[in-house]
Design a protein around this ligand. Structure first.
Ligand SMILES: Nc1ncnc2c1ncn2[C@@H]1O[C@H](COP(=O)(O)OP(=O)(O)OP(=O)(O)O)[C@@H](O)[C@H]1O
Ligand SMILES: [Mg+2]
Length: 462
């Protein structure tokens, strides 16, 4: 068993010797020092499991040693030894990251106890780090499939962007893997042990989004019955992923710009300024240059976000990736309970490769899932694929497949296009609020931008 190295620092030789004596255990190797500066050398390489230090010492004292040791090895537990006269300093040391303190004079059992607790803590922290690293590996580009030149370039961009804290703007059509890119960057960055917090800017109305991002004080607005921490604060030390940032309303864009520039903000309804250390990743599936042209997106914000840019090409533009992706998704489901499917025929792969994938990788993932879960044979055949694909040419014809007659009166079920249902519902909500868009968007829980885009798409007049 590897022994734990415990570093003991006390300028009083008698104290130091008796402490080292007390720490004679088979699982521990003790290194004693009379000067703090010498002890620093012993912890600088991260090999120490515990530092036990006296508080009052000439030259560098215990507090200075604590701070310096923590800088060299942030995970090193430090236990302060102090006489009653300096108990306040001990409390201060705890605030600054000491693991614990013991008061002089102490008994051997007391020392044993605190040493055991500190070593156990150190082990748990190490274990935790290990588990988190394992988890991070899940998001390494190893799981990120693609051997087309376009994807190789994306992987290279991720590798280069990951170590810094620079803002990355990730663009690409829906379902191309933008979120996967964001996760990979975070997972390979020095921030990987801190959270990556995601905010979907399209899903929330401007007011809700603002308090989601910045938090609010109790009573900041009707319904704010408690103080709430915003996502910026939650992401402190880590990464904030602003998904579909193009959908953010103009007023909020201004506030976001300020946070990006100054790294500080106020909670809604508060005047206290909060500073954070957050790395920003942002994504959009729409052409932001066009949004800027149309006056819907601030150019200055765009420049701030677009420090590094990663562009994901649509799947139809990198067809060589399709077989690999299909096999990857097959592999994912193969081992699930009740799945009989084991492989896919070459013809079936050909068919998948010929299809245009308007929904990109997400659509392919869904189709593969369906083929795996519903498949009754060991091999996925071309016929099955043909049956599962929405038959490119049939797009838009789905409406024609719907039985005639409205069917609603008799309680009969009539399949309808989801888009059509959504349109009717949105229109009804708009009527309910006499055409007031802000209130309609709020009731629907979407941004005004997003409502406007939908109305435009459905040709619903202003
Ligand atoms: N290259 C890839 N390798 C493996 N899985 C992928 C790849 N690209 C995308 N996926 C998977 O496809 C699905 C869609 O990807 P993701 O959510 O990252 O897309 P997106 O660009 O964020 O889409 P949207 O714009 O709709 O939010 C996810 O399940 C993701 O894991
Ligand atoms: Mg996404």
């Amino acid at each position: 068993m590897a022994k734990d190295k415990v570093v003991v620092v006390d300028d009083d030789e008698f104290m130091r010797d008796s402490l080292m004596e007390a720490l004679q255990r088979p699982d521990i190797r003790v290194a004693g020092f009379g000067r703090a500066a010498d002890a620093l050398d012993a912890v600088s390489d991260g090999s120490a499991s515990l530092l036990l230090t006296d508080m009052r010492m000439p030259e560098m004292d215990g507090m200075a040693l604590l701070l310096e040791a923590k800088r060299l090895d942030p995970k090193l537990p430090v236990v302060m030894m102090t006489a009653f006269a300096t108990i306040e300093t001990a409390v201060e040391a705890m605030k600054r990251g000491a693991f614990d303190y013991v008061m002089k004079p102490f008994k051997a059992e007391e020392i044993d106890l605190v040493v055991n607790r500190a070593l156990e803590h150190r082990r748990l922290v190490a274990e935790n780090d290990y588990l988190r690293d394992e988890l991070a590996k899940k998001f390494k580009p190893a799981d990120f499939v693609g051997k087309s030149p376009a994807m190789k370039e994306v992987f290279e961009e991720i590798r280069q962007a990951a170590p810094s804290s620079a803002t990355v703007f990730i663009r690409g059509e829906s379902g191309t893997g933008k979120e996967l890119v964001a996760r990979s960057i975070h997972a390979q960055s020095p921030r990987r042990n801190k959270p990556m917090i995601k905010v979907n800017c399209a899903a929330l109305s401007a007011g809700v989004l603002e308090s989601e991002l910045f938090g609010h004080e109790k009573g900041a607005f009707t319904g704010a019955d408690k103080r709430r921490i915003g996502r910026f604060e939650m992401a402190d030390g880590g990464t904030l992923f602003l998904d579909e940032v193009s959908e953010m309303d103009l007023g909020l864009q201004g506030k976001l710009l300020r946070v990006l520039q100054e790294k500080e903000f106020e909670r809604v309804g508060s005047s206290e300024t909060i500073s954070v250390d957050v790395r920003i990743l942002a994504s959009s599936n729409r052409d932001l240059e066009q949004s800027i042209e149309a006056g819907e997106f601030r150019q200055d914000l765009y420049y701030r976000l677009n420090v590094i840019s990663v562009e994901l090409p649509p799947l139809r533009g990198r067809k060589t990736d399709i077989p690999g992706l299909a096999l990857h998704f097959l592999q994912r489901h193969r081992l699930e309970e009740g799945v009989r499917v084991r492989e896919i025929s070459g013809e079936a792969l050909d068919l998948l490769t010929r299809y245009d994938w308007p929904g990109n990788v997400r659509e392919l993932a869904n189709i593969m899932e369906r083929l795996c879960v519903l498949g009754r044979t060991e091999i996925i055949t071309a016929q099955q694929v043909e049956g599962a694909l929405p038959k490119a040419a049939f797009r838009g014809q789905a409406a024609a497949l719907v039985p005639a007659g409205d069917g609603e009166g008799g309680g009969a079920f009539r399949p309808r296009l989801l888009d059509e249902v959504e349109r009717d519902f949105v229109k009804a909500t708009l009527d309910f609020f006499s055409g007031a868009r802000a209130r309609t968007a709020e009731a629907l829980g979407i941004s005004e931008r997003s409502l406007r885009d939908r109305l435009k798409r459905w040709n619903v007049a202003d």
